[in-house]
Write a protein that binds this ligand. Structure first.
Ligand SMILES: *Cc1c(COP(=O)(O)O)cnc(C)c1O
Length: 239
């Protein structure tokens, strides 16, 4: 095992232990899914992570994700797209992603439906695309809301996903706002999720929790954690 793999193994073990401890404190028996966010790190690290048993990877830019997915096409991996997505990138994302956590507007739902249907017809994908509605948890929702829908828009976007061919409404995603206690913000996400599930009981996914707030996310019932820095280390250059 090379030294980078050893380092990743140690970091991963520490993160898994934090998740287990957080689950115990919260009295949770079901563990959340750990998605390791490999943005800014090379495909070689994806291979190392795979050799350590990691199969769920997260990326936030289409070009970088598409390249890494192509370089690791021989491995059984699930790619979760977690970044802002322009409609014209839907076609590319539909070819490699198993989930998009960042669906934040109706136009993108239409683009993803078209892209997935085409990718299936052309033999580039078999299953449906899991879609999570990304919510902007800042209050009040700023005018310039980008990277997340206002809470009031969630029902319409969810409805459109549920009605679309090839898309599966999986649940909700959010990033905790910087200026607030993450637990308070995640609690609003939980309430939105409860409302959503009265109409769409299948939409159980709650994608919340990054390196700095995974404990709070687990306490709020997150089903998917998106962890980058605490597994891979500081990113090579600032985001
Ligand atoms: C980069 C990123 C993460 C991972 O964040 P870390 O602080 O590195 O754990 C999670 N979610 C999103 C949307 C991201 O862009």
């Amino acid at each position: 095992m090379d030294s980078r793999t050893e380092q990743l193994q140690q970091n991963l073990a520490a993160v898994v232990e934090r998740i287990q401890r957080a689950c115990e404190s919260a009295g949770r028996t079901e563990q959340p899914e750990l998605i390791v966010v490999t943005k800014y790190f090379p495909a070689a690290d994806v291979r190392r992570l795979h050799s350590l048993g990691v199969t769920q990877l997260g990326e936030n830019k289409d070009q970088e994700a598409a390249e890494k997915a192509a370089e690791t096409a021989d491995l059984q991996l699930d790619w979760h797209f977690i970044g802002q997505l322009q409609s014209n990138k839907a076609k590319s994302v539909a070819r490699y992603a198993s989930a998009v956590h960042s669906v934040d507007r109706l136009k993108l739902v239409g683009a993803l439906e078209k892209a997935v249907t085409r990718a299936q017809a052309e033999g580039h994908r078999s299953g449906e695309l899991d879609c999570l509605v990304q919510v902007d948890l800042r209050t009040p929702t700023p005018e310039d809301a980008r990277g997340g829908a206002a809470p009031g828009q969630v029902p319409a976007i969810a409805e459109a996903i549920a009605a679309a061919d090839g898309l599966h409404l999986a649940g909700l995603m959010a990033v905790a706002p910087l200026e607030e206690n993450p637990e308070a913000a995640f609690q609003r996400l939980v309430e939105l999720s409860e409302q959503l599930r009265t109409e769409h009981p299948e939409a159980t996914a709650l994608s919340a929790g990054m390196s700095q707030d995974l404990e709070q996310a687990v306490a709020c019932g997150a089903t998917h954690l998106r962890i980058g820095r605490d597994v891979l280390g500081e990113r090579p250059y600032a985001r």
